[in-house]
Design a protein around this ligand. Structure first.
Ligand SMILES: NC(=O)C1=CN([C@@H]2O[C@H](COP(=O)(O)OP(=O)(O)OC[C@H]3O[C@@H](n4cnc5c(N)ncnc54)[C@H](O)[C@@H]3O)[C@@H](O)[C@H]2O)C=CC1
Ligand SMILES: O=C(O)[C@@H]1CCC=N1
Length: 273
């Protein structure tokens, strides 16, 4: 099964907030037609309402047997929201959850043990086709259904299949939440530039372009990120002076990022309880 079968059978999106809409924008940009998508959301955005003119179904009755139902409400809202799509558990529909923390076992309890369920953790760069999504399926999710979910998710970035669902907490801490850390890095670099005397606009332009450029270089270069770092660093130069602060094992980025990712992973574990 591929994007064509999703186009033909339809896709239901339960909850279309920040992450759901990031993925939706990515799919629309990839050519999935708005008319193949049904969104269920009690608080639709103006963008969703506008997409109705292009054929998107908003809070309408569901198609009988959509290829996939993406579950994208908050973990705390999932139990309340699921009855709206419960009937699809009798159809040959794959449930694809992106909810942090919420386990496959929990979904099997809610939707029935026979339902094909795939748990995924995407991130918001999906909106520009540069996301990364990890996914793992239950025993009922067939290879064809896993491949279908992968083709849907790979339309908005990279995908990686995992075998061990418990890795999802750490994955959430690294890549699910990770864009927020990087955005904060941009904010703090820009603020630091202002503190050094730059105008705000220029500092933000420099910070954004630097993070974006370094990200693309990290993806495209043959060298690994540590070598790319070395390449910037002239002996006794400016970067060496900066990195001495940033790489300090007590007060620098390594212990800070370790604690940051650990706190996010721990919250993911808590959400699963
Ligand atoms: N924001 C992110 O970067 C990421 C979020 N996630 C997961 O995606 C899910 C959604 O997160 P966000 O988009 O950030 O939250 P959000 O709050 O922006 O979106 C949730 C949407 O669900 C809707 N909703 C509330 N009750 C509903 C109901 N009963 N039926 C249908 N829709 C309902 C809300 O109106 C809202 O539009 C969460 O489970 C989160 O763990 C996963 C990866 C990254
Ligand atoms: O903050 C959250 O809980 C969600 C999951 C990963 C990113 N956002």
């Amino acid at each position: 099964m591929s994007m064509q079968s999703i186009e033909a059978r339809g896709l239901v999106l339960l909850g279309c907030g920040k992450m759901g809409s990031a993925m939706l924008e990515g799919w629309l940009a990839q050519g999935l037609s708005a008319s193949s998508i049904t969104v269920i959301d009690p608080y639709p955005s103006a963008r969703l309402e506008a997409l109705q003119a292009e054929g998107l179904h908003l809070n309408t009755p569901l198609p009988k047997a959509p290829a996939v139902c993406l579950l994208a409400v908050k973990p705390q809202m999932m139990a309340e929201a699921l009855p709206q799509i419960g009937d699809l558990a009798k159809a040959d529909t794959v449930f694809l959850s992106i909810a942090a923390g919420t386990s496959i076992d929990w979904f099997e309890g809610a939707l029935g043990r026979r339902a094909p369920i795939i748990r995924a953790m995407p991130n918001t760069p999906a909106a520009v086709g540069r996301g990364i999504t990890a996914l793992v399926g239950n025993a009922q999710a067939s290879e064809a259904q896993m491949a279908m979910a992968e083709s849907l998710l790979s339309a908005v970035g990279q995908t990686v299949r995992i075998e061990d669902e418990t890795m999802m907490d750490a994955i959430t801490g690294v890549s699910g939440s990770g864009p927020a850390y990087v955005f904060h890095m941009i904010e703090t670099m820009a603020a630091a530039g202002v503190a050094e005397g730059l105008p705000e606009d220029l500092a933000m332009q420099l910070a954004k372009a630097t993070v974006a450029g370094a990200g693309v270089l990290a993806m495209e270069a043959d060298e690994d990120p540590s070598q790319l770092r070395v390449n910037v660093t002239s002996p006794q130069g400016t970067t060496a002076a900066g990195l001495e602060v940033l790489m300090d094992h007590q007060t620098g980025l390594p212990p800070l990022i370790k604690r940051t990712v650990a706190a996010a992973a721990e919250r993911s574990r808590e959400l699963g309880k």
